[in-house]
Write a protein that binds this ligand. Sequence first.
Ligand code: ZN
Length: 223
Amino acid sequence: MNIEQLTGQSETRLQELFPGHFLHEQVIEPYRMLVELAAKAGLDLRLASGFRSFDQQLAIWNAKASGARPVLDDHGKTLVMDDLSDIDKVRSILRWSALPGASRHHWGTDIDVWDAGAVNEDYQLQLVSEEYAPDGVFQGLNQWLREVTASGGSSFYRPYEIDRGGIAPEPWHLSYRSVAEGFEGALDQLQLRKVLENTDILFKQTILDNLDEIYHGYVRIGH
Ligand SMILES: [Zn+2]
């Protein structure tokens, strides 16, 4: 496993699930099994996002950092960024968006899922906490995911199930544990620093000056 694979700059070992959507080759079959299992529970489980490249994550980051795309608060409302210090702006973006190079979606092992059976055909998926809340449209999916991951009924788990204060809870985010584990421990802070130093990323100096906090608070969560 090299730095390119760890940071979403390589398509080695990825396989196309359907046009434009890639997963790690070892995750294709488990994903299909998860869809089947969900169908038995009456859910139409769909993929919102699988593999995401470094450049895609960088585009998201820079759009949020420049104000071209809204940064959301914990309730899915647009956050006013103007009065925040640079490090607080960075923390606000990190609450919902991974640092390019440090997204679990770079590995092809992690997926965001929703339930097409719970909404109309023209539903605009947002992936916000309200949708997965007890009175939200995907509460059934959320409940099922809680049960199936807790019972060991699936090889996927939810790394962002609880709020550790850094990354907001993401009930829609699943990780294929056995392959993801290999990636998880492999990216060290120095490698990440080198990648970021060579990247045209907004708030670069603030990120580099605070990389230790960011790495432990938002990258190596739970370690
Ligand atoms: Zn995700």
